[in-house]
Design a protein around this ligand. Structure first.
Ligand code: SAH
Ligand code: SF4
Length: 379
């Protein structure tokens, strides 16, 4: 059989894998766990290594299926230990994945789409436009490849991951997964849910719900659907606390305005593995960082148990925005803290390799007609 017509097992959750095995008259349900362990826990890319599966069955699997992630185009290591991979998504598209090692956690930031159609004014991904949704194979493949690649780096000596002592084996290298790479995960709902199911599966990656975060620009009906289907930690990209400004910064706000968004967040908390929602707030000098904005923000979020994550704007080519000074950001943070709102300032990571929030652009062949740049008047 041609390699392209083989079924790729890398993104198949238990349900889809069970269906695939049944369709091919491979019965026993314990095969699902066996295959998941080999592929995801031991990063196998071939059936030959699966020694607890009979030769005959391995041969059959090889004839009908494959284990394949997107090819890695490049891997770049930042001086702060951050690693960025560029994956070839075909047809001249490339998407990015970032590994961020910190003292107590090691986070993988994954992409869900090639580009993004939401077109937020301050985001490099949005500026590139949208090409297509990634499949569960491509989403889970980012984790699978990152895990293999980090293992290889450890073996070959590129090992300065800030916390060498705590790294024991490749399987628990990545402690958290965030859907904060390229794309709007809730606009690729089906494939994202399939991927999350594999991330949660004890035979595959075994993450707890708290350790997986979906970040969204605020697709209200899908926030409700996520709460029902598969609640994980939720981060909402707020960036403005009044509709006029948010309409300009995050255009999807025209469809799902702030009052609807906040109500959906309140509903989400009742199902969430965490008892708060994280609000991301990208700080843009002169745009959303004045005392008026602080007051509006405090008013808006006081209705809900939340944590605010202030992200200093990360610049990219062709962006008109600037980040406020660090003093200004700290003073903004202190005012929120003084009002009793849990607030953190996100440390910029991987800036030297363009791997910071909002800098991920990969390579996207835009297929939409969205206006590529909405000018915002800087007050
Ligand atoms: N589409 C989703 C997830 C990907 S973006 C979302 O918007 O939530 C991940 C985070 O980076 C979001 O909070 C986004 O608003 C923020 N971001 C985008 N561009 C940025 C930039 N240039 N500087 C800092 N943060 C940015
Ligand atoms: Fe898309 Fe998120 Fe970027 Fe907005 S911030 S354009 S939703 S990736």
């Amino acid at each position: 059989m041609k390699k392209n017509s083989l079924v790729n097992l890398i993104g198949l959750d238990s349900e889809s894998l069970s269906l695939f095995l049944e369709e091919n008259s491979i019965k026993s349900s314990f095969r699902i766990g066996q295959l998941h362990k080999w592929i995801h826990k031991f990063s196998a890319d071939s059936f030959d290594v699966m020694t607890n599966i009979s030769c005959q069955l391995r041969h059959k699997l090889k004839e009908i299926s494959k284990i394949e992630a997107m090819p890695i185009e490049s891997e770049t290591l930042s001086k702060d230990g951050t690693i960025k991979w560029l994956f070839d998504a075909g047809n001249s598209n490339a998407i990015e994945t970032v590994f961020i090692p910190e003292k107590n956690r090691r986070t993988l930031c994954i992409s869900s789409q090639a580009g993004c159609a939401v077109n937020c004014a301050f985001c490099a991904t949005g500026h590139q436009g949208f090409n297509r949704n990634l499949s569960a194979n491509e989403i889970v493949g980012q984790l699978w490849s990152a895990q293999r690649s980090i293992n290889l780096n450890l073996i070959t000596g590129i090992e300065d991951l800030n916390n060498k002592n705590t790294i024991k084996s490749g399987n628990n290298l990545i402690t958290n997964v965030v859907f904060m790479g390229m794309g709007e995960p809730l606009l690729n709902y089906k494939q994202v849910i399939k991927s999350i199911k594999l991330l949660l599966d004890v035979n595959a990656y075994g993450f707890s719900r708290r350790k997986i975060t979906v970040s969204t620009s605020g697709i209200v009906p899908m926030i409700d659907k996520l709460a029902r289907d598969c609640p994980v930690s939720l981060a909402v990209s707020l960036h403005a606390a009044n509709d006029d400004l948010r309409n300009k910064l995050v255009p999807i706000n025209k469809k799902y305005p702030l009052n609807e968004l906040i109500e959906s967040c309140k509903r989400y908390i009742t199902r969430s593995p965490r008892d708060f929602i994280t609000f991301e707030y990208c700080m843009l000098s002169g745009v959303n960082d004045t005392d008026k904005h602080i007051k509006e923000l405090i008013n808006l979020v006081s209705q809900i148990k939340c944590k605010i994550n202030l992200i200093p704007f990360n610049s990219f080519e062709s962006s008109d925005f600037r980040a406020p000074t660090i003093e200004k950001i700290n003073s903004f943070a202190n005012k929120l803290l003084n009002s009793g709102i849990m607030t953190t300032v996100r440390k910029t990571r991987g800036d030297d390799i363009h791997a910071a929030c909002g800098q991920l652009a990969g390579n996207v062949k835009n297929v939409t007609k969205i206006a590529m740049h909405i000018p915002i008047k800087i007050i």
